[in-house]
Design a protein around this ligand. Sequence first.
Ligand code: TRP
Length: 326
Amino acid sequence: MKRMLTGLQPTGVITLGNYIGAIKQMVKYQDEYESFLFVADLHAITVPKEGLNLKKNTKDLIALYLACGIDPKKNTIFVQSQNEYHTNLSWVLECNTYFGELSRMHQFKEKSKGKENFTAGLFTYPVLMASDIIIYDADYVPVGVDQKQHVEIARDVAQRFNNKYGDTFVVPEPVISTTGTKIMDLLDPTKKMSKSSENQNGVIRLLDEPEVIRKKIMRATTDSEMEVRYDEENKPGISNLINIYASLTGKEIKEIEEEFAGSNYGTFKKAVADVVVSEIEKIQERYNKYLNGNEIDEILRNGANKTRLYAKAKYEAVKNKIGFYN
Ligand code: TRP
């Protein structure tokens, strides 16, 4: 079975867009791949953030993923900082990565732009990420398009190391989701639903109160027609609501158009709100159960024990190849 691995930063809110566009895909992948999922808390400190409560955010994030259907029996779930081999290997990889390569990373350029004080960690971030991936011989790495360049540098570094020291690492491939539906902002349906959007009324968060979700959907931007018809270009608002409805009910777009033929937008929006609220209520219920129980501690302990063994073996192999004394 091919191995798939991805990391999640414990910084933000999770939106309905993340759920439909990425998390639901991962829930599907867990049956097709040997899956590794970790909280990238070491990456979270590359940019200073005030009031960042890492411990709480880490637990919340895991609880939410589990609540969304990530099965701890099918996934190896762990926290990056609990596994020191990632950083050990990262140093070795840094010595096989060029300053020029890292200077060309879009994310680095964007996050350091106009700033005088950014950290060295922000600069070497992609190398730690390469280490996260290749220390487990991951074949596939599902990431958002903004992280694709980082997986590419992981490929380059793995290949370079293999050429220099002999076959050591699997060269990973990025998996950029094209099947997951892209969910748009409810108020500005021409842009992606994003947790950092200025007007949060366009953004549904998985932990929003059901009544708030309902209001946001009822106020979503539509158009001046009265027809529930899929047309991304001319009817982006309605098309977005159709996509949301389709993803959560499993219905085809055509079926939905037929179902709401002759209905007004209010009726359609209410139906969309009903399915979204019902799905999110189930997620929230499970989320609270996980947060209040101690299952997560056990899952993370097992994940740390298992991945430390894997990672240690790989790191020892690397040390031998380089010729470190041991
Ligand atoms: N940099 C990724 C992000 O911000 C998180 C991440 C860290 C990651 N290490 C990784 C993703 C390894 C995939 C594989 O989204």
